[in-house]
Design a protein around this ligand. Structure first.
Ligand SMILES: *Cc1c(COP(=O)(O)O)cnc(C)c1O
Length: 409
Protein backbone atom coordinates (compact mmCIF):
# COMPACT_ATOMS: atom_id res chain seq x y z
CA UNK A 1 0.00 0.00 0.00
CA UNK A 2 1.34 3.47 -0.90
CA UNK A 3 0.30 6.59 1.04
CA UNK A 4 1.59 10.05 -0.08
CA UNK A 5 4.38 8.30 -1.95
CA UNK A 6 5.53 6.35 1.09
CA UNK A 7 5.42 2.61 0.92
CA UNK A 8 3.85 1.16 4.03
CA UNK A 9 4.61 -2.50 4.54
CA UNK A 10 1.84 -4.25 6.32
CA UNK A 11 3.45 -6.95 8.36
CA UNK A 12 1.06 -9.46 9.73
CA UNK A 13 1.62 -9.90 13.43
CA UNK A 14 2.90 -13.37 14.12
CA UNK A 15 0.10 -14.06 16.51
CA UNK A 16 -2.43 -13.13 13.77
CA UNK A 17 -1.57 -16.23 11.74
CA UNK A 18 -2.09 -19.82 12.55
CA UNK A 19 1.14 -21.80 12.80
CA UNK A 20 0.01 -23.74 9.71
CA UNK A 21 -0.08 -20.57 7.55
CA UNK A 22 3.10 -19.32 9.13
CA UNK A 23 4.89 -22.43 7.85
CA UNK A 24 3.74 -21.68 4.29
CA UNK A 25 4.26 -17.90 4.06
CA UNK A 26 7.63 -16.62 2.87
CA UNK A 27 9.46 -14.34 5.24
CA UNK A 28 10.33 -10.94 3.77
CA UNK A 29 14.00 -10.91 2.86
CA UNK A 30 15.82 -9.37 5.79
CA UNK A 31 17.63 -6.59 3.95
CA UNK A 32 21.26 -6.76 4.84
CA UNK A 33 24.64 -5.91 3.34
CA UNK A 34 25.48 -7.39 -0.09
CA UNK A 35 26.38 -11.07 0.01
CA UNK A 36 30.00 -11.80 -0.94
CA UNK A 37 29.00 -14.69 -3.21
CA UNK A 38 26.30 -14.80 -5.89
CA UNK A 39 22.98 -15.75 -4.24
CA UNK A 40 21.21 -18.78 -5.64
CA UNK A 41 17.69 -17.63 -6.52
CA UNK A 42 15.86 -20.95 -6.38
CA UNK A 43 12.45 -19.54 -7.24
CA UNK A 44 10.14 -20.06 -10.18
CA UNK A 45 8.45 -16.68 -9.85
CA UNK A 46 8.85 -13.22 -8.32
CA UNK A 47 6.22 -11.39 -6.29
CA UNK A 48 4.85 -7.89 -6.69
CA UNK A 49 3.83 -5.65 -3.82
CA UNK A 50 1.17 -4.02 -5.96
CA UNK A 51 -0.50 -4.93 -9.23
CA UNK A 52 0.69 -1.62 -10.77
CA UNK A 53 4.27 -2.82 -10.33
CA UNK A 54 3.53 -6.07 -12.15
CA UNK A 55 1.98 -4.10 -15.05
CA UNK A 56 5.08 -1.91 -15.32
CA UNK A 57 7.37 -4.92 -15.38
CA UNK A 58 5.23 -6.90 -17.83
CA UNK A 59 5.06 -3.94 -20.21
CA UNK A 60 8.79 -3.39 -19.96
CA UNK A 61 8.54 0.06 -18.34
CA UNK A 62 10.35 -1.16 -15.29
CA UNK A 63 13.23 -3.63 -14.90
CA UNK A 64 12.43 -6.66 -12.84
CA UNK A 65 11.96 -10.38 -12.83
CA UNK A 66 8.66 -12.13 -13.32
CA UNK A 67 9.14 -15.84 -13.90
CA UNK A 68 12.40 -17.79 -14.03
CA UNK A 69 11.87 -19.14 -17.54
CA UNK A 70 11.95 -15.47 -18.69
CA UNK A 71 14.92 -14.55 -16.53
CA UNK A 72 16.40 -15.17 -13.11
CA UNK A 73 18.88 -12.98 -11.19
CA UNK A 74 21.43 -15.80 -10.70
CA UNK A 75 21.24 -16.87 -14.35
CA UNK A 76 21.33 -13.30 -15.71
CA UNK A 77 24.34 -12.36 -13.58
CA UNK A 78 26.39 -15.27 -14.96
CA UNK A 79 25.30 -14.49 -18.54
CA UNK A 80 26.43 -10.87 -18.11
CA UNK A 81 29.81 -12.05 -16.87
CA UNK A 82 30.36 -14.26 -19.93
CA UNK A 83 29.22 -11.38 -22.18
CA UNK A 84 31.89 -9.18 -20.59
CA UNK A 85 34.50 -11.88 -21.20
CA UNK A 86 33.65 -12.47 -24.88
CA UNK A 87 33.37 -8.71 -25.40
CA UNK A 88 36.59 -7.92 -23.55
CA UNK A 89 38.34 -5.02 -25.34
CA UNK A 90 35.76 -5.05 -28.15
CA UNK A 91 34.15 -1.73 -29.03
CA UNK A 92 30.69 -3.05 -28.10
CA UNK A 93 29.14 -5.11 -25.31
CA UNK A 94 27.58 -8.31 -26.61
CA UNK A 95 24.33 -9.70 -25.24
CA UNK A 96 24.37 -13.16 -23.70
CA UNK A 97 21.77 -15.74 -22.64
CA UNK A 98 22.40 -18.91 -20.68
CA UNK A 99 20.65 -22.01 -21.97
CA UNK A 100 19.90 -25.45 -20.54
CA UNK A 101 22.75 -27.04 -22.57
CA UNK A 102 25.15 -26.36 -25.42
CA UNK A 103 22.71 -28.08 -27.78
CA UNK A 104 19.91 -25.79 -26.54
CA UNK A 105 22.12 -22.80 -27.38
CA UNK A 106 22.66 -24.05 -30.95
CA UNK A 107 19.03 -24.99 -31.67
CA UNK A 108 17.56 -21.86 -30.05
CA UNK A 109 19.91 -19.55 -31.92
CA UNK A 110 19.32 -21.17 -35.31
CA UNK A 111 15.54 -21.29 -34.87
CA UNK A 112 15.61 -17.62 -33.81
CA UNK A 113 17.65 -16.19 -36.67
CA UNK A 114 16.64 -18.45 -39.59
CA UNK A 115 13.37 -19.07 -41.43
CA UNK A 116 11.99 -22.16 -43.13
CA UNK A 117 13.62 -22.48 -46.55
CA UNK A 118 17.00 -21.18 -45.38
CA UNK A 119 20.16 -23.27 -45.64
CA UNK A 120 23.10 -23.41 -43.21
CA UNK A 121 26.60 -23.89 -44.58
CA UNK A 122 28.72 -25.95 -42.21
CA UNK A 123 31.71 -28.26 -41.87
CA UNK A 124 31.44 -32.03 -41.94
CA UNK A 125 33.79 -32.41 -38.96
CA UNK A 126 31.93 -30.54 -36.23
CA UNK A 127 30.56 -31.84 -32.89
CA UNK A 128 28.56 -35.00 -33.61
CA UNK A 129 25.45 -33.78 -31.79
CA UNK A 130 25.35 -30.65 -33.93
CA UNK A 131 25.53 -32.69 -37.16
CA UNK A 132 22.70 -34.89 -35.87
CA UNK A 133 20.63 -31.82 -34.94
CA UNK A 134 21.04 -30.50 -38.50
CA UNK A 135 20.28 -33.84 -40.16
CA UNK A 136 17.59 -35.31 -37.92
CA UNK A 137 15.69 -32.29 -36.56
CA UNK A 138 16.26 -29.00 -38.36
CA UNK A 139 16.09 -30.52 -41.84
CA UNK A 140 12.50 -31.67 -41.06
CA UNK A 141 11.58 -28.05 -40.33
CA UNK A 142 12.79 -26.55 -43.58
CA UNK A 143 16.33 -25.65 -42.48
CA UNK A 144 18.76 -27.45 -44.75
CA UNK A 145 22.38 -28.14 -43.82
CA UNK A 146 24.98 -27.85 -46.60
CA UNK A 147 28.32 -29.49 -45.79
CA UNK A 148 31.64 -28.23 -47.09
CA UNK A 149 35.31 -28.27 -46.18
CA UNK A 150 36.28 -24.99 -44.52
CA UNK A 151 40.03 -25.19 -45.15
CA UNK A 152 39.64 -23.59 -48.56
CA UNK A 153 37.98 -20.18 -48.81
CA UNK A 154 37.23 -20.58 -52.51
CA UNK A 155 35.20 -23.72 -51.77
CA UNK A 156 33.08 -21.78 -49.25
CA UNK A 157 32.54 -19.02 -51.79
CA UNK A 158 31.62 -21.60 -54.44
CA UNK A 159 28.92 -23.05 -52.13
CA UNK A 160 27.51 -19.60 -51.37
CA UNK A 161 27.28 -18.74 -55.08
CA UNK A 162 25.65 -22.06 -55.91
CA UNK A 163 22.97 -21.75 -53.24
CA UNK A 164 21.25 -18.44 -52.56
CA UNK A 165 19.31 -20.01 -49.66
CA UNK A 166 22.46 -20.08 -47.52
CA UNK A 167 21.79 -17.52 -44.79
CA UNK A 168 24.24 -18.66 -42.13
CA UNK A 169 27.68 -20.21 -41.78
CA UNK A 170 28.18 -22.44 -38.74
CA UNK A 171 31.72 -23.40 -37.77
CA UNK A 172 34.03 -24.78 -35.10
CA UNK A 173 37.69 -23.93 -34.69
CA UNK A 174 39.68 -25.83 -33.60
CA UNK A 175 37.67 -28.89 -34.56
CA UNK A 176 37.25 -32.10 -32.65
CA UNK A 177 39.42 -34.25 -32.36
CA UNK A 178 42.06 -33.43 -35.02
CA UNK A 179 42.23 -29.69 -34.19
CA UNK A 180 41.86 -28.35 -37.70
CA UNK A 181 41.40 -24.57 -37.66
CA UNK A 182 39.30 -22.17 -39.69
CA UNK A 183 40.52 -18.66 -40.48
CA UNK A 184 37.93 -16.59 -38.59
CA UNK A 185 38.76 -13.22 -40.14
CA UNK A 186 38.70 -14.60 -43.69
CA UNK A 187 35.40 -16.47 -43.29
CA UNK A 188 33.69 -13.58 -41.45
CA UNK A 189 34.87 -11.17 -44.17
CA UNK A 190 33.60 -13.39 -46.99
CA UNK A 191 30.24 -13.98 -45.28
CA UNK A 192 29.76 -10.25 -44.72
CA UNK A 193 30.23 -9.61 -48.46
CA UNK A 194 27.25 -11.89 -49.14
CA UNK A 195 25.14 -10.72 -46.17
CA UNK A 196 25.44 -14.11 -44.49
CA UNK A 197 25.49 -14.47 -40.69
CA UNK A 198 28.39 -16.30 -39.03
CA UNK A 199 28.13 -18.50 -35.94
CA UNK A 200 30.98 -20.17 -34.09
CA UNK A 201 31.01 -22.85 -31.42
CA UNK A 202 33.79 -21.51 -29.15
CA UNK A 203 33.59 -24.34 -26.60
CA UNK A 204 37.16 -25.63 -27.10
CA UNK A 205 38.80 -22.23 -26.60
CA UNK A 206 36.63 -20.17 -24.27
CA UNK A 207 37.09 -16.37 -24.53
CA UNK A 208 40.32 -16.78 -22.56
CA UNK A 209 42.00 -18.32 -25.64
CA UNK A 210 39.94 -16.97 -28.56
CA UNK A 211 37.57 -14.02 -28.95
CA UNK A 212 35.72 -14.54 -32.25
CA UNK A 213 33.89 -11.16 -32.10
CA UNK A 214 37.27 -9.51 -32.67
CA UNK A 215 37.46 -11.20 -36.09
CA UNK A 216 33.97 -10.15 -37.15
CA UNK A 217 31.98 -13.26 -36.22
CA UNK A 218 28.29 -12.44 -35.54
CA UNK A 219 27.26 -15.09 -32.98
CA UNK A 220 29.07 -17.28 -30.49
CA UNK A 221 27.68 -20.34 -28.75
CA UNK A 222 29.29 -22.37 -25.97
CA UNK A 223 28.73 -25.65 -24.30
CA UNK A 224 29.58 -24.16 -20.90
CA UNK A 225 29.30 -27.73 -19.61
CA UNK A 226 32.96 -28.00 -20.67
CA UNK A 227 35.85 -25.59 -19.95
CA UNK A 228 33.77 -22.62 -18.76
CA UNK A 229 32.43 -24.71 -15.87
CA UNK A 230 35.49 -26.94 -15.76
CA UNK A 231 34.35 -29.24 -12.98
CA UNK A 232 31.95 -31.51 -14.83
CA UNK A 233 29.07 -30.88 -12.44
CA UNK A 234 26.46 -29.09 -14.55
CA UNK A 235 25.07 -28.90 -18.09
CA UNK A 236 24.61 -25.46 -19.64
CA UNK A 237 25.15 -23.39 -22.75
CA UNK A 238 25.48 -19.77 -23.83
CA UNK A 239 24.30 -17.73 -26.83
CA UNK A 240 26.15 -14.48 -27.50
CA UNK A 241 25.55 -11.89 -30.19
CA UNK A 242 26.11 -8.25 -31.04
CA UNK A 243 23.24 -7.41 -33.41
CA UNK A 244 20.66 -5.73 -31.20
CA UNK A 245 17.98 -6.09 -33.89
CA UNK A 246 18.14 -9.89 -33.57
CA UNK A 247 18.38 -9.95 -29.77
CA UNK A 248 14.65 -9.79 -29.12
CA UNK A 249 14.03 -12.69 -31.54
CA UNK A 250 16.57 -14.77 -29.63
CA UNK A 251 15.12 -13.81 -26.27
CA UNK A 252 11.58 -14.62 -27.39
CA UNK A 253 12.58 -17.95 -28.95
CA UNK A 254 14.49 -18.93 -25.82
CA UNK A 255 11.59 -18.05 -23.56
CA UNK A 256 8.96 -19.81 -25.69
CA UNK A 257 10.99 -22.94 -26.44
CA UNK A 258 11.78 -23.13 -22.72
CA UNK A 259 15.49 -23.69 -23.29
CA UNK A 260 16.58 -21.41 -20.45
CA UNK A 261 19.13 -22.37 -17.82
CA UNK A 262 18.35 -22.56 -14.11
CA UNK A 263 19.77 -20.96 -10.98
CA UNK A 264 21.61 -24.04 -9.71
CA UNK A 265 23.45 -24.85 -12.97
CA UNK A 266 24.24 -21.16 -13.45
CA UNK A 267 25.57 -20.93 -9.90
CA UNK A 268 27.87 -23.94 -10.45
CA UNK A 269 29.03 -22.41 -13.73
CA UNK A 270 29.83 -19.13 -11.95
CA UNK A 271 31.90 -20.99 -9.39
CA UNK A 272 33.89 -22.63 -12.19
CA UNK A 273 34.39 -19.35 -14.07
CA UNK A 274 36.34 -17.89 -11.16
CA UNK A 275 39.29 -20.18 -11.92
CA UNK A 276 38.98 -20.23 -15.73
CA UNK A 277 42.25 -18.35 -16.33
CA UNK A 278 44.22 -20.48 -13.86
CA UNK A 279 42.77 -23.68 -15.26
CA UNK A 280 43.33 -22.77 -18.92
CA UNK A 281 46.97 -21.85 -18.23
CA UNK A 282 47.47 -25.24 -16.57
CA UNK A 283 45.60 -27.14 -19.35
CA UNK A 284 47.78 -25.48 -22.02
CA UNK A 285 51.03 -26.11 -20.16
CA UNK A 286 50.24 -29.79 -19.51
CA UNK A 287 48.96 -30.40 -23.04
CA UNK A 288 52.13 -29.01 -24.60
CA UNK A 289 54.28 -31.16 -22.31
CA UNK A 290 52.28 -34.32 -23.03
CA UNK A 291 52.16 -33.64 -26.79
CA UNK A 292 55.92 -33.08 -26.91
CA UNK A 293 56.56 -36.26 -24.92
CA UNK A 294 54.15 -38.34 -27.06
CA UNK A 295 55.72 -37.11 -30.33
CA UNK A 296 59.05 -38.62 -29.31
CA UNK A 297 57.54 -42.00 -28.30
CA UNK A 298 58.24 -44.94 -30.67
CA UNK A 299 54.74 -46.41 -30.20
CA UNK A 300 53.05 -43.16 -31.26
CA UNK A 301 52.38 -42.72 -34.98
CA UNK A 302 51.37 -39.03 -34.92
CA UNK A 303 50.23 -36.31 -32.51
CA UNK A 304 47.67 -33.57 -33.21
CA UNK A 305 48.36 -30.59 -30.97
CA UNK A 306 48.23 -26.98 -32.13
CA UNK A 307 51.21 -26.03 -29.98
CA UNK A 308 53.52 -28.35 -31.93
CA UNK A 309 55.23 -26.36 -34.69
CA UNK A 310 54.66 -29.17 -37.24
CA UNK A 311 50.83 -29.11 -36.86
CA UNK A 312 49.29 -27.94 -40.13
CA UNK A 313 47.36 -25.21 -38.32
CA UNK A 314 50.06 -24.04 -35.90
CA UNK A 315 50.59 -20.71 -37.75
CA UNK A 316 46.86 -19.92 -37.96
CA UNK A 317 46.31 -20.90 -34.31
CA UNK A 318 49.23 -18.63 -33.35
CA UNK A 319 47.44 -15.73 -35.06
CA UNK A 320 43.93 -16.12 -33.71
CA UNK A 321 44.37 -17.92 -30.38
CA UNK A 322 46.12 -16.67 -27.24
CA UNK A 323 47.48 -20.17 -26.53
CA UNK A 324 47.03 -23.68 -27.95
CA UNK A 325 44.45 -25.15 -25.57
CA UNK A 326 44.08 -28.33 -23.57
CA UNK A 327 42.90 -30.73 -26.29
CA UNK A 328 45.10 -33.12 -28.24
CA UNK A 329 44.77 -36.42 -30.04
CA UNK A 330 47.33 -39.04 -30.99
CA UNK A 331 47.46 -42.21 -33.06
CA UNK A 332 48.94 -45.36 -31.56
CA UNK A 333 51.34 -47.31 -33.75
CA UNK A 334 49.11 -50.38 -33.80
CA UNK A 335 45.69 -51.92 -34.28
CA UNK A 336 42.37 -50.79 -32.80
CA UNK A 337 42.68 -53.55 -30.12
CA UNK A 338 46.11 -52.27 -29.10
CA UNK A 339 44.75 -48.71 -29.01
CA UNK A 340 41.87 -49.69 -26.73
CA UNK A 341 44.25 -51.61 -24.49
CA UNK A 342 46.41 -48.48 -24.09
CA UNK A 343 43.28 -46.65 -22.90
CA UNK A 344 42.36 -49.44 -20.49
CA UNK A 345 45.82 -49.38 -18.92
CA UNK A 346 45.57 -45.70 -17.92
CA UNK A 347 44.81 -45.26 -14.24
CA UNK A 348 45.07 -41.54 -13.42
CA UNK A 349 43.37 -40.53 -16.67
CA UNK A 350 39.65 -41.19 -16.82
CA UNK A 351 37.58 -42.55 -19.72
CA UNK A 352 34.66 -40.12 -19.96
CA UNK A 353 32.72 -38.77 -22.94
CA UNK A 354 33.20 -35.11 -22.09
CA UNK A 355 36.05 -32.59 -22.12
CA UNK A 356 37.37 -29.51 -20.37
CA UNK A 357 37.23 -30.88 -16.83
CA UNK A 358 40.09 -30.46 -14.34
CA UNK A 359 41.05 -34.14 -14.65
CA UNK A 360 42.61 -35.72 -17.74
CA UNK A 361 39.97 -37.48 -19.86
CA UNK A 362 40.48 -39.87 -22.75
CA UNK A 363 38.07 -40.99 -25.45
CA UNK A 364 38.20 -43.20 -28.54
CA UNK A 365 36.45 -41.03 -31.18
CA UNK A 366 35.97 -43.76 -33.83
CA UNK A 367 33.83 -45.84 -31.47
CA UNK A 368 32.09 -43.03 -29.55
CA UNK A 369 31.74 -39.39 -30.64
CA UNK A 370 32.21 -40.24 -34.34
CA UNK A 371 30.57 -43.69 -34.37
CA UNK A 372 27.77 -42.46 -36.64
CA UNK A 373 30.11 -40.88 -39.17
CA UNK A 374 30.74 -43.02 -42.25
CA UNK A 375 34.12 -44.80 -41.87
CA UNK A 376 35.67 -43.49 -45.10
CA UNK A 377 34.59 -39.91 -44.30
CA UNK A 378 35.91 -40.36 -40.75
CA UNK A 379 39.27 -41.61 -42.05
CA UNK A 380 39.48 -38.70 -44.50
CA UNK A 381 39.38 -36.38 -41.47
CA UNK A 382 42.16 -38.35 -39.78
CA UNK A 383 39.79 -39.97 -37.26
CA UNK A 384 41.34 -43.41 -37.60
CA UNK A 385 40.67 -46.48 -35.44
CA UNK A 386 44.01 -45.98 -33.64
CA UNK A 387 43.27 -42.37 -32.59
CA UNK A 388 42.86 -41.39 -28.92
CA UNK A 389 41.54 -37.97 -27.89
CA UNK A 390 42.89 -36.46 -24.70
CA UNK A 391 41.39 -33.57 -22.77
CA UNK A 392 44.48 -32.80 -20.74
CA UNK A 393 43.74 -31.90 -17.12
CA UNK A 394 45.46 -29.74 -14.54
CA UNK A 395 47.12 -32.54 -12.53
CA UNK A 396 50.89 -32.57 -12.01
CA UNK A 397 52.51 -32.80 -15.47
CA UNK A 398 54.85 -35.63 -14.39
CA UNK A 399 51.96 -37.80 -13.20
CA UNK A 400 50.05 -37.46 -16.48
CA UNK A 401 53.12 -38.42 -18.51
CA UNK A 402 53.89 -41.35 -16.17
CA UNK A 403 50.35 -42.66 -16.72
CA UNK A 404 50.80 -42.65 -20.52
CA UNK A 405 54.30 -44.08 -20.20
CA UNK A 406 52.92 -47.10 -18.34
CA UNK A 407 49.95 -47.49 -20.71
CA UNK A 408 52.12 -47.43 -23.84
CA UNK A 409 54.57 -50.03 -22.51
C1 LIG B 1 29.66 -30.88 -25.65
C2 LIG B 1 29.67 -30.04 -26.84
C3 LIG B 1 28.47 -29.52 -27.37
C4 LIG B 1 27.11 -29.86 -26.78
O1 LIG B 1 26.99 -29.31 -25.51
P1 LIG B 1 26.01 -29.88 -24.35
O2 LIG B 1 26.27 -28.96 -23.22
O3 LIG B 1 26.41 -31.30 -24.11
O4 LIG B 1 24.64 -29.80 -24.89
C5 LIG B 1 28.56 -28.69 -28.46
N1 LIG B 1 29.75 -28.38 -29.03
C6 LIG B 1 30.92 -28.87 -28.54
C7 LIG B 1 32.19 -28.49 -29.21
C8 LIG B 1 30.92 -29.71 -27.44
O5 LIG B 1 32.08 -30.20 -26.99
Amino acid sequence: MTIFGFKILLIMPLNGLSLKSFCVAEHKDTKTTQPHQLPLYATSSFVFDEVEESIEIFTGKKQGHVYSRYGNPTVDTVAAKIAAMEGYQCDFTPFAYLTSSGMAAISTLLYAILNAGDAILTQANIYGGTTELFNKVMSRHGLTPVFSRFDDLSEIEHCIRQNSSIKAIYLETPSNPTLDCVDLQAVAGLAAQYGILTIIDNTFCTPYLQQPFKYGIDFIIHSSTKYLNGHGNSISGVILGKDASLESRIKTTLKLMGATSNAWDAWLLNNGLKTLALRMDAHCKNALALATWLSAHPKVERVNYLGLPDHKYHPLASRQMAAYGGMLSFAVNGSMEETLSVMNKLSLCVQAPTLGDVDTLVLHPASSSHLNVDESLRESFGITNNLIRVSVGIEDTKDIIKDFEYALK
